[in-house]
Ligand binder design. Structure first.
Ligand code: HEM
Ligand SMILES: [Ca+2]
Ligand SMILES: [Ca+2]
Length: 297
């Protein structure tokens, strides 16, 4: 299936402005909107393709969101897409003509660029999926090593460079301590000593505070920039799957490039996001334009 940035040019000419307006408003209300939306897009695309399957809420808890790998997705991402969908449907020319999957793709581009990252033309024309099953969810674990990361991203036709650039999505947002406690007690030798102390203070005890968290990019947690890669050079990657990108000699060169050259990171990120956005594209044959992003029609 061929996606096209101009897909809605005649169907809903004001689409991009409507989405951006809703995203700007959500971002002014909460700093969580941007990272939550970006992560939502990634988790959507890796399961059944970019078809907004992650947004379907079933009454019996069998949907993707109820899988432990998705349960920690923050509400603000879903709310951003729902707000953008409401803005789009509020334009009579557009009502029920734009898929939730396309709105999620546009909102994701907008949260990235409005956080200081690159902007790019978003390919459009995906239909929404009609199936969401928790049992279909397979996502990378924060304990993955380089071969496991390459294996999973490679299964989607993404290269190691794509995988490293996309991991740069961790330049914004936070992680619950539960995903990296195992690096803190006893201290993982690849965590810099100062950062280790800092993290042990933020995450004192897994049993005491399940809500404890740390920023994925301790330097600039709200800015979409290449500080994430400079952190890795200093042993300040939060997740094992982050730090391993620098520690493994096979990926270190790309980390060093992105750390020293922000435009190289941005252009690799745009390429990789565009490829990610092409996964599992649905059409009218196997999809629909969902009226309410949370339910199949
Ligand atoms: C490479 C494999 C990846 C692993 C193992 C991974 C794992 C994680 C984990 C464990 C968290 C913390 C979740 C929580 O505390 O609820 C997280 C957060 C996040 N991830 Fe990833 N991730 C990966 C790739 C990606 C990609 C490709 C993107 C987007 C391009 C992305 C975007 C994000 C964002 C923005 C957050 C912060 C969410 C927030 O603050 O609400 N991640 N990731
Ligand atoms: Ca999906
Ligand atoms: Ca940052």
């Amino acid at each position: 299936v061929q996606l096209d940035p101009n897909y809605y040019a005649n169907i809903c000419p004001n689409l991009e402005n409507l989405v951006r307006g809703a995203v700007v408003k959500m971002m002014s209300q909460t700093p969580v909107a941007a990272p939550a939306t970006l992560r939502l897009f990634f988790h959507d695309c890796f399961v059944m393709g970019c078809d907004a399957s992650i947004m379907i809420m079933s009454s019996d808890g069998s949907d993707e969101w109820h899988n432990p790998a998705d349960f920690s997705l923050k509400a603000e991402g879903f709310e951003t897409v729902l707000a953008a969908k409401a803005a789009v449907d509020g334009d009579l020319q557009c009502t029920n003509k734009v898929s939730c999957a396309d709105i999620l793709a546009l909102a994701t581009r907008d949260v990235v660029s409005l956080s200081g990252g690159p902007t790019w033309p978003v390919e459009l024309g995906r239909y929404d999926g009609k199936v969401s099953l928790g049992s279909d969810v397979v996502l990378p674990s924060p304990d993955f090593n380089l071969d496991q990361l390459n294996g999973m991203f490679g299964s989607f036709g993404l290269t190691q460079t794509d995988m490293i650039a996309l991991s740069g999505g961790h330049t914004i947002g936070a992680s619950s301590c539960m995903f990296f406690y195992n690096r803190l007690y006893p201290g993982d030798p690849t965590v810099s000593p100062g950062f280790l102390l800092q993290l042990q203070q933020s995450c004192p005890n897994p049993l005491l505070d399940p809500n404890a968290f740390a920023f994925l990019d301790a330097a600039t947690p709200l800015q979409f920039d290449n500080a994430y890669f400079r952190n890795l050079q200093q042993g300040m990657g939060l997740l094992n799957s982050d730090q391993v990108l620098f520690n493994d000699p096979r990926s270190q060169g790309t980390v060093n490039l992105f750390a020293s050259n922000q435009s190289a990171f941005f252009s690799a990120f745009v390429d990789a996001m565009t490829r990610l956005g092409r996964l599992g594209t649905k059409t009218a044959v196997d999809g629909e334009i969902r009226r309410d992003c949370r339910f199949v029609n």
